[in-house]
Design a protein around this ligand. Structure first.
Ligand SMILES: Nc1ncnc2c1ncn2[C@@H]1O[C@H](COP(=O)(O)OP(=O)(O)OP(=O)(O)O)[C@@H](O)[C@H]1O
Length: 388
């Protein structure tokens, strides 16, 4: 996270697909493309060969743990950091040489960085004042921006007279008032409490569907990413591991890192040994055989991992399932009632421990013998190796 002043307007880059909303805000249609973008700080490679296409009006989230290079990517798009390699394009025009004040990019930071001695209206209008926008036009645009974030009645207050959520909305208005072609949001909700985060999330979503500004959002919170984004790029160690819609990422993680990061808790290593009834036959390292749905990315003979979510792994009675396909005997180790669900840890035959989440009160206590049912359609084949 860094703290920088907002960017300027009047880009030298050609504008495309821009129309004006009822409130005068430009519906911005700028595509952003990163091509083999890398950034090195001495011996640290913060971003490695990032390739990313962000369509007009898309809400793209960079999702990953602390230090994986998310802010570094935003900083290169904003223009405060120069890439070590690669290029950035807005509407298919390379902007590498375009200075920050010509990129027409708005940015909101985690710590909002409002000027404490200025009123809300002054804070929002500051960027326009710097750009010498005439007073009348400035006042009109400040009013519009405050309307967008529902803070019209707060124009004369000072930041210290606002709640955290309201301050963050001022920061958003300050970014929107310049009518940016691209909006960069760096963990903008992380300083807010859980309730406010949710409220702001809904507001951000509404605002994006109204304004359709191409938005790049940075977070390490998977729920936020899944709820807000039209696309997600999951990152680890400076490398983009997977790009897809929230559904694709959530239902079809590609590798161990992505699956683990978004909450798949059970992993089994083994090999795809055969094909049976239109499914792959998988043999785990402990010898357990499981049928799993086929996908076009894997082939027989390949060493892979299977993963399944705790809520998709089922507990069945021992008698019911002993001889059935994809059923494995096990013993309850831990049962933990946590509100609407009970979380079990079950030691399966062969020694692997699985997590199972079941709706409702607990039915089994530790020591109870059960069987686990691995639904072939809920088992997902992932790669063991990360992209590096
Ligand atoms: N100016 C700098 N000089 C040296 N190393 C840096 C600099 N800025 C970032 N880094 C390093 O680059 C890597 C990526 O940092 P970056 O801030 O992009 O991560 P991030 O994913 O945004 O993390 P966070 O979620 O904690 O903000 C980290 O290892 C960080 O220490």
């Amino acid at each position: 996270m860094r703290q920088v002043m907002l960017s300027e307007t009047n880009s030298g880059v050609q504008r495309e697909n821009n129309s004006v909303t009822a409130t005068g805000q430009r519906r911005s249609g700028t595509s952003v493309r990163l091509e083999n973008l890398s950034k090195k700080f001495g011996t640290t490679t913060a971003v490695r060969q990032a390739n990313l296409e962000i369509d007009h009006g898309e809400f793209m989230t960079l999702l990953g743990p602390s230090g994986c290079g998310k802010t570094t990517i935003l900083s290169m798009i904003l223009g405060i950091l120069e890439p070590s390699e690669g290029h950035i394009y807005f509407n298919n025009q390379m902007i590498d040489a375009l200075p920050m004040n010509k990129r027409d990019v708005g940015m909101v930071f985690q710590n909002y960085a409002l000027f404490p001695h200025m009123t809300v209206a002054k804070n929002v209008g500051f960027g326009l004042e710097m750009r010498k926008v005439p007073k009348k036009e400035r006042e009109k645009r400040v009013q519009e921006a405050l309307e967008m974030v529902q803070l019209s009645d707060f124009a004369d207050r000072f930041p210290k007279e606002l709640s955290g959520g309201q301050q963050q909305r001022v920061a958003l208005a300050r970014a929107l008032v310049i009518r940016p072609k691209v909006l960069l949001l760096d963990e903008p909700l992380s300083n807010l409490d859980a309730k406010l985060r949710k409220e702001m999330r809904i507001q951000l979503k509404k605002l994006h569907s109204e304004l359709k500004i191409t938005t790049i959002y940075v977070t390490h919170d998977q729920e936020e990413a899944l709820s807000l984004s039209t696309k997600i790029a999951v990152m680890s160690n400076g490398v983009i591991q997977q790009i897809g819609t929230p559904q694709q990422i959530f239902l079809r993680p590609k590798n161990y890192f992505v699956a683990n990061f978004i909450g798949y808790a059970n992993f089994i290593e083994g090999t795809l040994v055969d094909e049976k009834g239109g499914r792959f036959l998988f043999r785990s390292e402990s010898g357990k055989e499981l049928l799993v749905q086929k996908d076009e990315h894997h082939r027989i003979g390949q060493k892979v991992m299977l993963t399944i979510k705790p809520e998709n792994l089922r507990i069945v009675d021992q008698d019911a399932g002993e001889s059935s396909v994809n059923v494995c005997p096990g013993r309850i180790l831990v049962s933990d009632y946590v509100g609407s669900t009970t979380e079990y840890q079950i030691k399966a035959e062969g020694g692997d421990i699985f997590k199972v989440s079941v709706l409702g009160l607990k039915s089994y206590t530790p020591g109870h013998d059960v069987c686990l049912y691995f639904d072939p359609d809920a088992l997902i084949i992932i790669d063991k190796e990360l992209k590096s």
